[in-house]
Design a protein around this ligand. Sequence first.
Ligand SMILES: [Zn+2]
Length: 159
Amino acid sequence: MLKGLARWLRAAGYDTVLGPDGTADNDLIARARRENRIFITRDRHLADEHKASEDLVLLDCNEEAACLQELRTRLGVDWLHRPFTRCLRCNTPLVEADPNRWQELPVQSRELATRLLYCPSCDQLFWDGGHVARMRAQLEKANTAPVAVDKHLHDEDPQ
Ligand SMILES: [Zn+2]
């Protein structure tokens, strides 16, 4: 499920790294510290071992929509931070695609979309189709959760 959450955080425009499968917990935590990241886990045992760490968050939620709300309440995540500016797959900031790449889209998408972006790292194209509209509705819904007082996620990637 954290994979799903990572996609949502990227969809909201947050710089989000997913630990590769099989990476040792301590290596992940060390990386998070080094890169000044917040470490999100659902592993209670791991969280207990690192109780002192302010930047380690143990989620209580069990399903995705609840997790999005929990991240907003506890960390101050703004789900409409910079929506759809990062690759959902690899986290790279998206850039405007070359206009002739519109031809690669299905005809119907071409007619409805207004923007075409691509990931310079994995070459995936992104456009504002129905899927994005549905995701945006989810982000808006998640953003209605109250934010705990004094929780404001710093803007970690000025552009
Ligand atoms: Zn990518």
